[in-house]
Design a protein around this ligand. Structure first.
Ligand code: PHE
Length: 474
């Protein structure tokens, strides 16, 4: 029977590129630059890189090792480590299921922008209110979402080796070249605004790279660390069962520790380059004000910047959104793969059957998410203080609540119950020495659970009250 043949990546490069494909996504290109701009440029970069080096690797390695050692998806892997922990596996299955339904909606928006730029409609796209009226329209967002879902589903349907690995091997190098190209172009920009002020891309890059410590207080610094930590976990696709699934496809002779370093390097490099592309461009054309665009950066602020570049801007727009689509597609493929692979295990059915089923269910759920901007529109204030619609709520539940919760649970299981050597043995099973054993142990047992508990409390809006309460005691 087809589902019993275990698929696998052909080798280490295929695995690293597929995992990097999952890691590099909208988070790198959309969220990272905006967080860097918000948190004093270089300061955020330093904190982020320190966090990646210090403990990002431990969690990524844990997920991948769980997958490879058990050879299972998250749904069953936790139960295989310890019977009583099977429920954590089921909880983990929820995360990619929720993410899939809204990620493909955003993917649809990207396809829409590619089409518009290809038709040289850059000026229209840059008009005020364009983006909002598009996502509020009843039909178009659904049609584009379906196109994006079909692209994702085709790759998953084709399987691990012929689909995911092949796709990642083609797309990831192209993505890297495109992003380096746009970043280099952004550095050459220079623009004089209506008041006669000239700003250049190089000045923007300076703002991005040099730490701005003005007005920095301890509580602001804690904010930077929390934002950087949340961003890092999202960006590395950990605690979502995804890296467990990909880990289960890795052959036993692959050096896991080295692969994790390469995946992290790729992910961090693309994030840094995205900042080097976005921040100088936005700075040259809109100054520091443009930076506060927040999440609207990609769909609102950047099209305005492209429009001001004239015809060249339209070309940059095409390249930019195709590049974003590549980044997003390799991520949504990993999300859908995880759901499909888990369903294959749960229901003992074939990949083809489950790809179709998951595709149909995801489409229905995504239609509901699209309707969150018209029929089902409402504004809900979330416990962390942000106001959101259906899409934001799905994002909040999966990333802000479930992800830290699952990480804490995973760290307790690996750090205290199965013990870190459970992972260390798997890393060394390939015959390679694992040099960061002590750091790994400290991170999994102590650092990660504490940091993730703080992130969880922060997401639930409980962190500040607790800190204030403790401060009040002294
Ligand atoms: N890591 C991806 C990013 O940075 C997003 C992602 C989230 C991918 C969840 C898979 C699962 O955008």
């Amino acid at each position: 029977m087809e589902q019993q043949k275990k698929s696998s990546f052909t080798g280490s490069i295929g695995f690293v590129l597929a995992a990097a494909g999952s890691a590099v996504g909208l988070g790198n290109i959309w969220r990272f630059p905006y967080l860097a701009a918000k948190h004093g440029g270089g300061l955020f970069l330093i904190v982020y890189i320190a966090l990646v080096l210090l403990f990002g690797f431990a969690l990524l390695l844990t997920d991948i090792a769980i997958g490879r050692r058990t050879g299972m998806n998250a749904g069953n892997a936790y139960g295989a480590i310890h019977k009583k922990w099977k429920w954590v596996g089921h909880l983990t299955f929820l995360v990619p299921s929720i993410i899939l339904m809204y990620y493909i909606v955003i993917g649809g928006w990207i396809i829409k922008y590619i089409v518009e730029f290809l038709m040289f409609n850059g000026a229209e796209v840059a008009a005020d209110g364009y983006f909002t009226s598009f996502i509020k329209s009843p039909v178009a967002p659904i049609v584009f979402m379906l196109i994006y879902l079909a692209l994702t589903a085709v790759v998953v349907y084709a399987g691990v080796e012929k689909g995911i690995e092949k796709f990642s091997k083609i797309v990831m190098p192209i993505l890297l070249i495109m992003i380096i190209g746009i970043a280099a172009f952004a550095l050459t920009l220079s623009h004089t605004d209506a008041n006669g002020v000239t700003r250049t891309g190089l000045e923007g890059a300076w703002i991005y790279i040099v730490p701005n410590l003005e007005g920095l207080t301890l509580s602001k610094f804690v904010d930077v660390v929390l934002d950087a930590a949340t961003q890092m976990f999202y960006s590395l696709s950990v605690a979502m069962g995804i890296m467990i699934t990909y880990g289960s496809y890795v052959k036993k002779d692959v050096n896991l520790s080295k692969s994790v370093t390469q995946i992290q390097l790729f992910d961090t490099l693309v994030a840094c380059l995205a900042g080097l592309m976005v921040i100088p461009a936005v700075f040259a054309f809109s100054g520091m004000d443009g930076m506060t665009a927040g999440p609207g950066l990609m769909f609102i602020a950047l099209p305005k910047v492209f429009n001001q570049m004239g015809i060249a801007g339209n070309i940059v727009g095409i390249v930019f959104f195709i590049m974003v689509a590549f980044a997003a597609l390799t991520s949504s493929v990993s999300i859908m793969e995880t759901v499909v692979a888990s369903c294959m295990e749960y229901f003992k059915k074939t990949r083809k059957q489950m790809s179709l089923l998951v595709g149909i269910i995801a489409a229905v759920c995504a239609v509901i998410i699209c309707m969150g901007y018209n029929v089902f529109y409402f504004e809900l204030t979330l416990p962390n203080g942000t106001v959101g619609q259906l899409l934001d709520i799905a994002d909040y539940v999966s990333n802000s609540v479930l992800m830290p919760l699952i990480t804490v649970l995973t760290c307790i299981l690996i750090g205290w119950i199965a013990k870190p050597k459970w992972v260390i043995e798997e890393v060394e099973a390939s015959g390679h020495k694992f040099g960061k054993k002590t750091l790994f142990t400290i991170v999994v047992k102590f650092v990660a659970p504490v940091v993730m508990t703080i992130l969880l409390l922060d997401a639930l809006g409980l962190f500040d009250p607790i800190v204030n309460f403790i401060a009040g005691l002294f």
